[in-house]
Write a protein that binds this ligand. Structure first.
Ligand SMILES: Nc1ncnc2c1ncn2[C@@H]1O[C@H](COP(=O)(O)OP(=O)(O)OP(=O)(O)O)[C@@H](O)[C@H]1O
Ligand SMILES: Nc1nc2c(c(=O)[nH]1)N=C(CO)CN2
Length: 214
């Protein structure tokens, strides 16, 4: 039975040293084929600023958990913030709800990106302009300790370290979180202005009060 913890006491099950420490996507594929047990720890960030944002995020968390090779480990509370656009904060745009989920994953990073892109599309995601308003965005933030500069998939996500709408929910589910090659999430968050607030009400991306059993 998998416990999906939300707020307090929840943690992403980070890999032991060397576990999930992959040098190239090719290595990930090889290792994923061998590692039929736990897979690698992956952190995904979700955002929505159109439609029923909370319902979309909760549905997306459920759908991520149903993907092949995925075991949900933790889901953060929901955070609200003004939309950041290429020219700065846009107070006229609908506000975002954001959340972070931790999973264990057996498969290749590219397959996971394809799978989350399909979930985005099923929720009506339209790609029109850079950082345009969207029903659902799902980004891969870290895949184990993999560092790669691929245009299609850059890991860790190149803008995660400067986004408190990613770091704040991530810290909630993993107080020891680190961005490989960058630093500790707690330190990054402390050094930047706070632009997020907890979303009122039923506040876990997993639904209910954050504790889900499946
Ligand atoms: N770590 C990553 N996670 C998700 N997409 C990525 C990543 N690295 C590169 N990409 C690529 O970025 C492209 C644009 O993705 P997307 O439309 O979700 O960007 P965005 O959410 O608008 O902006 P941002 O990447 O700043 O969050 C995708 O086609 C994808 O292939
Ligand atoms: N507040 C907020 N602003 C954004 C977000 C987001 O998730 N939250 N995502 C963006 C592109 O991914 C651009 N701007």
């Amino acid at each position: 039975m998998t416990q999906l913890a939300g707020r307090e006491g929840s943690q992403i099950d980070l890999p032991e040293p060397n576990e999930g420490r992959f040098a190239t996507p090719h290595d990930v594929r090889d290792d994923a084929a061998r590692d039929t047990e736990g897979g690698v720890s992956v952190v995904l960030a979700l955002g929505s600023n159109l439609g029923d944002r909370a319902a979309t995020l909760r549905a997306a968390v459920r759908e991520i958990g149903e993907l092949d090779g995925v075991e949900l480990v933790a889901a953060s509370p929901l955070y609200e913030s003004a939309a950041v656009k290429p020219d700065g904060v846009d107070t006229d745009a609908p506000e975002y709800l954001n959340a972070v989920v931790g999973i264990r994953y057996r498969g290749t990073p590219n397959d996971l990106l394809d799978a989350v892109n399909r979930i985005e599309a099923e929720h009506g995601r339209v790609r029109a302009e850079r950082w345009g308003d969207r029903t659902l965005d799902i980004d891969l933030i870290v895949v184990g300790t993999l560092q790669q500069g691929d245009a299609r998939l850059t890991l860790p996500h190149p803008r995660a370290a400067s986004r408190d709408f990613v770091l704040a929910p991530w810290l909630d589910i993993d107080p020891d979180a680190e961005i490989p090659g960058v630093g500790r999430v707690a330190d990054l968050l402390r050094a930047m202005p706070n632009t997020v607030r907890r979303h009122d009400g039923d506040d876990s991306a997993a639904g209910g009060d954050g504790e889900v059993t499946r």
